[in-house]
Design a protein around this ligand. Structure first.
Ligand code: BG6
Length: 522
């Protein structure tokens, strides 16, 4: 029997949105069903459902789009819909909730209760997916989203395989989206990759790093490769060093149990910071497509010079936040957070100096730092250029000349600024640094979509450019494992601390001073 997909408010709009034109042409995904494993969890509540609803508002979801929530909690479909409505009301970008769009979106939401490890629980899922194919025209196209604790990723993939859910009718597609953390180290990541790839082809695996879905992160590619003026300067010839900062003012927010085993190095460096590093340092890909882009990114990671364990202290700083004041409120130290050991030596701050052993970047240090409970939330990549070779103006300049810096603001300030020196008006040749700035908000007058909107849509469209490939994940773990191995050769009972609300430990400042440089204050 052939089914005509129901017409929903989520049907594609006939007109194209000019803001989406440019690098890619707007497309609407084929009808499909998405299964969210871990549908009662925080990620579904705060990110996935609001992003899907926002896509519905933008009319970017296909007709008949359906979501099956799968989780252990006992819950009816109507209770699930009510929870999801709360989630969307609270977190969706497009507020207030549009009742007509919500009703049509919610008609595609159902819930199946099941234990992730119990293969029999998947019978009900199979039946529900078949019903959706029949009644909502989802054509056997499936997106499986693993939003569960990571220990279930392997078992869920295996159970999908046992039920034959990795396949479908001819012409259909089945894709698996995997959340972070992807493994705990190189070995566990390889094991997980092997399990997943024994069921799903690599092309069907979409490993999420939500930083890649951020507009400003994607703009790194546009900025570098759509302009003729910056790329010639983008090398050891003109760049003194690069600073990548991912600062957060939040603490561990009740995730102490997870964070104790991760620390900043696994939570932020292995994924988000390695992605920023790859995009900043990569060679131009031959085309803007998944494999050419990821081939170039993985080459950067492969070029990261290994840090010998005995020298780890010269290339890394780690520290932990102590109590202090953030945005004027007193906050506890890391060791006093819930589910954190009183003698924990988990890093909440990491600074690294990395070198890339390749022609473009030989000898240029890349300084990376990330921390929780820093004074503010700010993510920025700053390219600091070499000074002019001969200073003509030195004698008349009261302030020391600042170097040229190109700063790519990732969040919350979305934009780009370029610092250069100009003459101060007046009778003498006095110089001062000024900033030339581009700001997304004022230039386009729109709010950027949430990273998950873009990534979910791309996964439905089968575009994995903004997802991490197996070899990228494994290369990033190679780098992190070496650093952790270095730390473990000299175990500590106390880490350096920094007061919450400050820019990290003094050791991090000395780390830069020793190289005759300083961290920026973004
Ligand atoms: C997550 C980390 O991957 O990224 C969190 O697990 C962190 O600890 C978060 O807070 C930061 O993301 P964003 O988008 O707020 O910078």
């Amino acid at each position: 029997m052939s089914i005509t997909p129901p017409t929903l408010a989520t049907a594609p709009a006939p007109t194209t949105n000019p803001l989406r034109e440019g690098l890619r042409i707007e497309r609407t995904p084929a009808p499909c069903a998405m299964v969210i494993f871990g549908a009662s969890g925080d990620l579904t509540h705060r990110k996935l459902m609001p992003a899907l609803y926002d896509l519905a508002v933008e009319r970017l979801l296909p007709a008949g789009f359906s979501i099956v929530g799968f989780a252990r909690q006992d819950m009816s479909t109507s209770v699930f819909r009510a929870h999801m409505r709360d989630a969307v009301t609270q977190y969706a970008r497009r507020a207030p909730l549009d009742e007509a769009i919500w009703d049509s979106f919610a008609a595609g939401l159902t819930y199946v209760r099941g234990d992730f490890t119990d293969v029999h629980a998947y019978d009900a899922l199979v039946a529900e997916l078949e019903r959706l194919d029949r009644e909502r025209g989802t054509l056997g196209n499936r997106l499986y989203y693993l939003a569960t604790p990571p220990e279930f990723y392997g078992p869920i993939a295996e159970n999908l395989g046992r039920c034959g859910l990795q396949h479908g009718p001819a012409g259909s597609w089945q894709r698996l989206i995997v959340e972070k953390p992807f493994g705990h180290d190189l070995n566990s990541a390889r094991t997980l990759n092997n399990t997943i790839n024994s069921i799903f082809d690599e092309q069907a695996v979409y490993r999420i790093d939500h930083y890649l879905g951020k507009e400003t992160v994607q703009n790194i590619l546009a900025f570098r490769f759509a302009n003729g003026i910056f790329e010639p300067l983008w090398s050891r010839q003109y760049v003194d060093h690069v600073q990548i900062t991912v600062a957060e003012s939040l603490g561990v927010e009740g995730r102490g149990g997870y964070y104790e085993h991760a620390g900043a190095i696994r939570d932020m460096v292995q994924n988000h910071m390695m992605q920023l590093l790859s995009l900043i340092a990569m060679e131009p890909p031959i085309e803007l497509a998944a494999d050419p882009v990821r081939d170039e990114k993985v080459k950067v990671l492969r070029a990261v010079r290994p840090i010998q364990p005995a020298l780890t202290h010269r290339f890394t700083v780690r520290a932990q936040y102590d109590r202090g004041f953030v945005h004027g409120s007193e906050v506890v130290g890391y060791r006093d957070e819930e589910r954190v050991a009183a003698d924990s030596t988990t890093d909440t701050y990491v600074a690294l100096k990395l070198f890339l052993d390749n022609w473009r970047w030989a000898g240029v240090p890349f300084y990376l730092r990330t921390g929780k409970r820093l004074p503010k939330r700010v993510t920025e990549v700053a390219i600091q250029f070499k000074r002019a070779p001969h200073l003509l103006f030195h004698a008349d300049t009261a302030e020391p000349m600042e170097p040229n810096v190109l700063a790519l603001g990732i969040q919350p300030n979305e934009g780009i600024s370029l610092k250069f020196a100009v003459k101060v008006p007046g009778p003498t040749m006095q110089l001062r640094s000024v900033n030339m700035a581009f700001n997304y908000g004022s230039a386009f007058n729109i709010t950027s979509p949430d990273a998950y909107e873009r990534l979910l849509l791309d996964a439905m469209l089968g575009d994995s450019t903004l997802f991490t490939r197996r070899d990228e994940v494994e290369q990033a773990w190679r780098i992190v494992d070496q650093i952790v191995a270095g730390w473990e050769t000299a175990p500590v009972t106390e880490l350096p601390t920094y007061a919450a609300g400050t820019w990290g430990p003094q050791a991090a400042d000395r780390f830069m001073q020793d190289d005759g440089r300083a961290w920026r204050q973004p």
